[in-house]
Write a protein that binds this ligand. Structure first.
Ligand code: SF4
Ligand code: SF4
Length: 438
């Protein structure tokens, strides 16, 4: 028998914590227990094992059930890749990220869309998108669920489009008896109750709003275009209004905080404020590292190798907010799913939203190309190197981020590996969450 390769191990003085990145199972053993099991696994004679033999055997059985331990002959690579391919092939989820505009009412200092040509969507794009969706559904009867994510630019600048698109999309889904839900990703400035109530009627399930700190920090980064006035107060009031809305109780409200050198040390005060004013129960926080946009060098960007120390500090002060229990730079993200597409206002199709406006990452155009012809972004061959290196993070990293590969190597088909950073961050997260004294 052997340990799974998808295992992280972290230790405190007395305990050993094992985390399975494949199924997220966690087990905490005292050191002696762990050493006994490890000895047995490595073929040491049972008489050398100091503790009760039957106890160790029953622990091993438990660890086997939790997939921490397996037979020597198990080929984890083969099994994992087979499952991954099956998951990909049988995917029944269509996700469409629609940009009603690339224009924005903000002038954020770090915006990746700076310099991208401004386009507002042309109305006849709705008919084209609907017919592309129909075509795709016709060919892929396995699709059972669809999601529309309105993204930008600032999507609420083109509210009429959102209304018309949502009505058309909803009637198409009803006609085909397919379930759907909506997500809105917005800077929050134009988010009023009329808009929310409209979207709720069409099964809005998630809203993501970005705030980068208290007013003195946020307003230096996320200001209004033209006047450069601060935006904190208005966004905060809109967020408060949203939380007070009875019908929005089941809505998942994601508060995105983008961090870099300029604001990272101020985030704890901001979290404290949000906790005091809005509570921790109805908001999920996510931290996003600001990466240098393709078209300019951003002076406050934190280099990848310094991200762990900052992220760990943020994790420690999360103050009761829900945060993901693993950290990754890549994941089986939107772009790597089979039926996922980003449609820009001019009809250009991408797989990844960060690449909008980057010509070499454009994969087609809605007026010319059917969605089923858009190339895949899950490159199974790339996993070979990760398996060769016996990386435990494969199930949460999936060879990294395609967009960052493009930035780093000019090629999306390269691994974007941050193994060392992931090891540092995830080990600390596990210690903080599960081990005494952290
Ligand atoms: S490729 Fe990278 S930037 Fe694009 S969706 Fe995936 S993780 Fe995000
Ligand atoms: S890219 Fe690096 S961190 Fe990610 S799975 Fe491969 S080896 Fe691991």
């Amino acid at each position: 028998m052997k340990w799974t390769m998808f295992m992280m191990k972290v230790e405190s003085n007395k305990e050993v914590l094992l985390y399975n990145t494949y199924n997220r199972a966690v087990v905490i053993l005292d050191k002696l227990e762990y050493n006994n099991i490890n000895d047995l696994i490595h073929g040491k004679k049972v008489k050398e094992v100091q503790s009760n033999k039957s106890e160790v055997k029953s622990q091993i059985e438990k660890l086997r059930e939790m997939k921490f331990i397996m037979e020597d002959e198990t080929n984890e690579k083969e099994e994992y890749l087979k499952e991954l391919k099956e998951f990909y092939e049988n995917d029944d989820f269509l996700a469409l990220l629609v940009l009603p505009t690339t224009a924005c009412n903000f002038d954020c200092t770090y915006c990746y869309q700076k310099g991208i040509p401004l386009h507002v969507v042309n109305r006849n794009i709705i008919a084209s998108i609907m017919s592309r969706i129909e075509e795709l559904l016709e060919d892929n009867k396995e699709i059972k669920m669809t999601k529309i994510d309105f993204f930008g630019g600032e999507p609420l600048l083109n509210w009429n489009f959102i209304e018309d698109f949502t009505k058309e999309f909803s009637s198409l889904m009803r006609k085909r008896t397919i379930d759907y839900f909506l997500k809105l990703t917005t800077n929050g400035y134009l988010l009023d109750l009329n808009k929310i109530n409209f979207l709720l009627k069409y099964n809005l399930q998630q809203i993501q709003i970005t705030m980068d700190g208290l007013p003195e920090v946020h307003d230096k980064r996320r200001m209004l275009k033209g006047t450069h006035k601060g935006t904190f107060d208005r966004i905060f009031n809109n967020l408060k209004g949203l939380l007070d809305l009875k019908d929005a109780r089941d809505l998942l409200i994601l508060l995105r905080i983008n961090f870099d050198y300029q604001n990272v040390d101020h985030i704890p005060d901001f979290l404290d404020f949000i906790k005091r004013e809005l509570g921790v129960d109805n908001i999920e926080i996510s931290f996003g590292q600001v990466t240098s946009p393709i078209n300019f060098n951003y002076e406050y960007m934190i280099p990848f190798d310094e991200v762990p120390e900052h992220y760990i500090k943020l994790y420690k002060v999360r103050l009761g907010f829900t945060l993901s229990d693993t950290f990754t730079f890549g994941s089986l993200c939107f772009a790597k799913r089979k039926f996922s597409y980003v449609v820009a206002p001019n009809g250009d199709i991408y797989k990844c939203v960060s690449s909008v406006g980057v010509d070499r990452m454009k994969e087609g155009n809605i007026y010319k190309n059917p969605l089923y012809k858009i190339r895949d972004y899950l490159f199974v061959d790339l996993y070979d190197e990760c398996f060769k290196e016996k990386c435990p993070f494969i199930p949460i990293c999936h060879t990294g981020c395609r967009f960052v590969s493009f930035i780093r190597y000019g090629d999306i088909k390269k691994r974007d590996c941050h193994r060392e950073e992931m090891k540092r961050i995830n080990s600390e997260i596990l210690k903080i969450q599960y081990l005494d004294g952290y």
